[in-house]
Design a protein around this ligand. Structure first.
Ligand code: GAL
Length: 762
């Protein structure tokens, strides 16, 4: 549903208005017109001076190593102040409550209504509301919001401004409080606690009704209430929520003419130290990914279609769980996880009192830390997808005596707010956390990059369930290859990383080490791969180089195009058969080339121009035998490589090939629709339809819909995303278009003076 309060805001970054921008008499007519959600920095330009942080790398490198790190938070102009104003008209305001709900403002927001300060919030990931009831008047009103990003405040791109949804809620004076409904289900019972705002304190009637997935009322109760009410229902034939069949119910509450709907689900979760995780009695592994909040080429401004599209991509490779690294998520992500079937770890912080960044959360942790944590839980506790509360990621207190005290305190806040869910934390320094006692009070121990020592940890905490809160941190650039398999991290002059998936961040691993650790220790509940998608910022290993401004960690690239690893995880995480071949076969001038196949078939034979290069079988006794087969040095000959999956008798079960591509001759378009958004992938191919693996031509898009962004997913590019054209990267690029059905998207490029055009309608 369209939210009219988000339309027609005014925005400026002109600091000369700073002292007066909130005044009613101030004229904003020269300010830019924007709609919310809005990320003021995403249009760029990229610049190495934007938030070039001087860092001490203590997360993924040597401790005392000081450096200027230009791309660390994305190289976009997010630092500084921005000012917003919204004019709105009200009539008949008597006996009504007015509240502006902000899902998140990045950051240090201050909200004014009709010239007066109402509220503000330093942490850009926290949701909050501004009660403007006593500030509004009949007729014209003005809401003014400022946001300020300090330099050196984030280890990744934070976004800037009112980047999440905002809504005006108008209710009777008597109403259910924001986040005032708590629903807890167990087996077929549902317990509800509702708190209301009731200024006169008179007894009122409140209706509770439960609707099933088809909207049919299956139970109903009326109660008398003055400030809070507890009710319980036991339902028959409850349909459970699960990741494969995420059945949702709705609680409707009605009081004093106001109505609230809250979705919930019935599911039982068991976390067992010896047997692992069970959902509704069935054992299951977390096949999870960590996600940062930005949406790649559209930046940090939230977008339901893009989020849903990303979740669809993750589902397609068998992913069933998300860790919201390292901050409270956008609430819409949780709505989608509820309805699409993902388990979620909601994480509160990346930092407590000890800094990872000079101007990070530690600046206000003492004052706001508890409120931010409580608010995350109050807001999100009704989501059936949420399974644990994470109090932090690799927080530096794991090395200090303060750590256990703070952990105890934060875990007790979580239990106080929500006794129904366990607490967790993701720690990379297992040893200090254990000996120092930091982990003692965390219910479920999350280990980052420790696949080799699960049995040791199990021995140390025999009663605690454990899992990999972060795994792999393998890095790659889609489509990038050398003619050699680098088994350790090698920086390349083109600022890319090979796509053979053999390189990882220092201290991390390639995917298969985690597979082995999980398989040999079946009590481990699963893993959360770092990360589902490339994200803006943290371009490890190119910390000092420029221009590199986004990460290489994604299973999918910054646009959402699958990298090779998508097939590696798919082969492990799904029952679908996978036979995926790499690299490309355009190696003029090279004598030997490595070839890899990601597969869950047992045996695969490789052919070059029909000549067998030998059959290989998977063998989990070897690290690279889990899901990949490697022919490390195959003589190059122009033509074709082909792999055939064989059964025990040598019968061919499936085959696939890659051919040497000729010159670019056509653009192939594929479009995937999610609601009102088309995700169009353009591939530059030769006359036979083979992908041209090094094509980096400029492609221009046209559409009768609205082009949101176009890009090739190249982490080492300073081209902005919002233009209707972009350079292909290794033969491919994407364009996101907002448009109703039968939307036309045209792509064109000029090659050797000839115009090549393609069109798609969807
Ligand atoms: C982890 C950290 C993540 C990310 C990752 C990169 O240690 O928790 O936020 O920095 O390293 O490998």
């Amino acid at each position: 549903m369209e939210n009219f309060f988000e339309k027609d805001w005014r925005f400026t970054r002109d600091l000369s208005c700073e002292k007066i921008f909130m005044q009613e008499s101030f004229s904003d007519k020269n300010w830019e017109k924007v709609d919310i959600p809005h990320d003021w920095a995403i249009k760029g330009p990229f610049d190495e001076k934007n938030d070039a942080e001087i860092t001490i790398i203590d997360v993924d490198g040597g401790r005392e190593w000081k450096m200027v790190h230009p791309g660390r938070s994305g190289g976009l102009p997010h630092v500084g102040k921005g000012f917003y104003r919204k004019n709105f008209t009200l009539s008949g305001i008597k006996e009504k409550h007015f509240r502006i709900e902000f899902d998140g403002v990045m950051s240090w927001s201050k909200v004014y209504c009709n010239g007066k300060y109402v509220t503000g919030r330093p942490y850009g990931y926290s949701s909050f509301s501004a009660d403007i009831t006593s500030f509004v008047k009949e007729g014209e009103n003005i809401l003014a919001v400022s946001a300020e990003n300090l330099p050196g405040a984030s280890r990744w791109y934070p976004g800037a401004g009112i980047y999440r949804h905002v809504r005006m809620v108008v209710e009777p004076l008597i109403h259910v409080k924001m986040w005032g409904t708590r629903i807890v289900t167990k087996e077929n019972t549902v317990k509800i606690r509702t708190q209301i705002e009731n200024p006169a304190g008179k007894e009122e009637e409140i209706l509770f009704a439960i609707l099933d997935k088809n909207g049919m009322c299956v139970a109903e109760k009326r109660e008398k209430i003055t400030d809070s009410a507890d009710v319980a229902f036991t339902l028959e034939n409850v349909e459970k929520w699960s990741v494969d069949d995420p059945v949702l119910y709705t609680l409707v509450t009605e009081i004093a003419g106001g109505r609230r709907e809250t979705r919930f689900g019935f599911r039982d979760m068991k976390f067992d130290a010896h047997d692992g995780f069970f959902l509704n009695g069935e054992k299951m592994k977390f096949k999870g990914v960590c996600l940062h909040h930005d949406l790649g080429i559209i930046g940090a401004a939230v977008d339901r279609d893009v989020t849903e599209h990303r979740l669809k991509l993750l589902k397609s490779i068998g992913c069933n769980a998300i860790r919201t690294a390292h901050n409270p998520p956008d609430p819409e992500l949780l709505d989608l996880c509820d309805s699409m079937g993902f388990l979620v770890i909601c994480e509160a912080y990346d930092e407590w009192k000890l800094p990872k960044c000079p101007n990070g959360v530690h600046l206000y942790f003492d004052e706001w830390g508890e409120k931010d944590l409580r608010d995350m839980i109050r807001r999100d506790a009704n989501h059936p997808s949420v399974m644990m509360w994470s109090i932090g990621n690799e927080i530096d207190e794991q090395y200090t005596a303060d750590g256990p005290v703070m952990t105890k305190h934060l875990c007790s806040i979580c239990h106080d707010e929500d006794p129904s869910r366990p607490t967790t934390a993701g720690l990379n320094n297992g040893d200090d956390s254990i000996t120092g006692g930091l982990f003692d009070d965390v219910d479920i121990k999350g280990f980052n990059y420790k696949p080799y020592i699960y049995s040791l940890y199990h021995h140390t905490f025999p009663d605690a369930p454990i899992y990999a809160s972060e795994s792999a941190s393998t890095i790659s650039s889609r489509g990038e290859y050398s003619d050699y398999l680098f088994e350790e991290l090698v920086k390349k002059p083109d600022l890319q990383i090979d796509s053979f998936d053999l390189c990882n961040s220092p201290g991390a691993t390639i995917p298969e080490h985690e597979f082995k650790g999980q398989d040999e220790n079946p009590f481990v509940m699963g893993e959360f791969v770092w990360t589902g998608f490339d994200y803006l910022g943290e371009p490890t290993p190119y910390r000092e180089e420029w221009p590199v401004r986004s990460s290489f960690y994604g299973i999918f690239d910054l646009c959402g195009i699958p990298k090779n690893r998508a097939y590696l995880y798919k082969s492990r995480w799904t029952k679908e058969k996978v036979l995926y071949l790499m690299p490309h076969w355009n190696w003029e001038g090279h004598k030997h080339v490595p070839v890899q196949c990601y597969t869950n078939y047992k045996t695969v034979e490789l052919f070059v121009n029909g000549k067998s290069m030998g059959a290989k079988s998977r063998n989990v006794k070897k690290i690279l035998g889990y899901s990949r087969l490697v022919w490390a040095s195959v003589p190059y000959e122009k033509g074709e490589i082909r792999v055939k999956a064989l059964d025990e008798k040598g019968n061919v079960l499936e085959e696939t090939f890659i051919r040497t591509a000729g010159e670019p001759a056509a653009i192939q378009l594929e479009a995937d629709r999610t609601n009102e958004t088309l995700f169009v992938t353009a591939s530059i191919v030769d006359a036979e339809g083979n992908l041209c693996p090094d094509a980096d031509n400029l492609i221009t898009f046209e559409s009768n819909g609205k082009i949101l962004a176009a890009d090739g997913g190249n982490a080492a590019s300073t081209d902005v995303f919002h233009t209707p054209y972009c350079k292909a990267f290794h033969g491919k690029c994407m364009c996101f278009v907002r448009g109703k059905e039968n939307c036309t998207v045209k792509a064109s490029m000029i090659y050797k003076g000839k115009t090549i055009i393609a069109e798609i309608v969807k």
